[in-house]
Design a protein around this ligand. Structure first.
Ligand SMILES: [Zn+2]
Length: 231
């Protein structure tokens, strides 16, 4: 068994399946998050020992499988991801079935969710979409952790929204606007009609994440971005 990321709706069965004899694979970061909860993800509770992944690997570079399983005529790749939905994400590719489980860096139910307490990153989610663009063919079935089956062309609107909202929130924060002011600007309004599950909680969470992420964006001075020495 492989954990795609730490959230309890994706790891809650670990102890049960370990009890059935399953070996649980995951990124080493996920194991660390589970053993040393940053306060979110698993509710800050110490895990049941049997629920902790025992076979771990690390992210090295985009798209490189860490583990390949040969089973019943299928070849399955566990591909660790850059920090995106969390810092411990793994996607799962089924080569013969031409399908990739893309977990939660993409979703078509609710607004994007980068779990920053567990190392997630909105910019990393854009990189994750770009990786799928390279890994998948036009007919590859993509299986999100939440929502419906999609093809890679369906990810383009999502990517454009991430880029658009990053730029708009960055601009407002650069002008000194507070989080409440940015939330009140209702920047997701153009996307509400096409986003299933567009609850206020979901959109506010998204905008709050982006606001947090753009805090280090270089400020605009006299119409030009001033690049800091270190990002
Ligand atoms: Zn999740």
């Amino acid at each position: 068994m492989v954990n795609s990321h730490i959230h309890p709706d994706h790891t809650g069965g670990n102890a049960f399946f370990a009890g059935q004899g399953a070996v649980i694979f995951a990124q080493e970061n996920l194991r660390d998050e589970m053993l040393h909860p940053p306060g979110r993800g698993n509710g800050g509770r110490a895990p049941v020992p049997a629920a902790v992944p025992t076979a771990t690997y690390r992210y090295s570079s985009p798209g490189v499988p860490a583990v390949t399983i040969h089973m019943d005529g299928e070849t399955v790749d566990f591909i660790p991801m850059m920090p995106s939905h969390t810092a411990g994400d793994t996607i799962v590719r089924f080569r013969n079935a031409n399908a990739i489980y893309i977990e939660d860096f993409y979703r078509n139910f609710g607004y994007p969710f980068a779990d920053q307490a567990n190392g997630g990153s909105i910019k990393g989610m854009i990189q994750a979409v770009d990786l799928i663009e390279k890994l998948g063919g036009p007919d590859t079935t993509l299986v999100p952790g939440h929502g419906t089956l999609v093809r890679k062309k369906d990810l383009l609107g999502y990517r454009a929204m991430l880029v658009d909202i990053l730029a708009k929130v960055g601009k407002l924060r650069g002008q000194g606007k507070s989080l409440d002011e940015v939330l009140a600007a209702n920047l997701t309004a153009p996307y509400d009609a096409t986003t299933e599950g567009d609850t206020k909680q979901s959109k506010d969470r998204f905008i709050t994440e982006v606001y947090e992420e753009v805090k280090d964006f270089p400020p605009v001075v006299n119409g030009e971005r001033k690049m800091p020495g270190r990002r």
